[in-house]
Design a protein around this ligand. Sequence first.
Ligand SMILES: C[S@@+](CC[C@H](N)C(=O)[O-])C[C@H]1O[C@@H](n2cnc3c(N)ncnc32)[C@H](O)[C@@H]1O
Length: 275
Amino acid sequence: MNLGKQEFELTEKDFKFVQWFIHKNAGIHLTDQKYAMVYGRVSRKMREKKVGRFADYRKMIEHSKSEQIAFVNALTTNKTSFFREQHHFDYLEKTLVPKWVNQRKQEVRIWSAGCSTGEEPYSYMAALNHANAFEHFSKVALLATDLDTNVLAHAKAGVYDEEAIDSIPKSYLKGNFVKGKGEFLGKIKCAVKLQQQVVFKQLNLLESWPMTKKFDLISCRNVMIYFDKETQKLLIDRFCQQLNEGGSLFIGHSESVGADCQQFEHLGNTIYLKL
Ligand SMILES: C[S@@+](CC[C@H](N)C(=O)[O-])C[C@H]1O[C@@H](n2cnc3c(N)ncnc32)[C@H](O)[C@@H]1O
């Protein structure tokens, strides 16, 4: 854990405190290999707060709820992009929407759990629009949640650097995204009619879930990878309970529901069907 000459000292005991803190508050399992990453994020916070010793920053965390939230935000990994792992968006458009139309569903309910800065839920909206879902169903409800309040604020605003366009397939641009003008030059934004249908809420997946209605699709991608096996198993059970019969679960490419899972059938490409 020695990074040579460091601007601040972060001892093994301090690092253990950070590991304990983020596990308790977010379920995130930080291995010892993450020391350099943690050091970088802790130093940024200490610089921002103008403190020279970790013990002083720790006191701030212990005495202030808002600093606890800020520290959780600083420690989460929020990497995302539009149409990341595109097979899920194709499956929604080409398999799920036609299935729901055949079932004569009126209302479709989707949950993007761990939505980060919003590219994931807006990509689902764009795929639904591309599949004319808004003409087929009287209501399309998309709930997008994350623990991190900073990324949620970004997600709600729905404004991104223009380079983000590179990951959006061309045929999905029209009607779903608009280029910014004036003060938003060099930015893109999700179309208002789609944005208005996404409900963003702060939610810690480890705590109780207030949603009373079940979902047809739950997408929790590249989130569980940060949790320990026990927490992953618990979450898979809870997702199953939160899905309608025959509902679908999408997870990230390096995640799994567990080899002994009886509740889901794996359809390939990290797409699961509730049995
Ligand atoms: C790597 S991003 C994945 C974003 C998106 N799902 C994707 O695949 O592109 C992981 C997100 O999970 C969120 N997260 C981590 N722990 C969480 C928890 N306990 N409850 C809810 N969200 C959490 C983080 O804040 C982060 O935004």
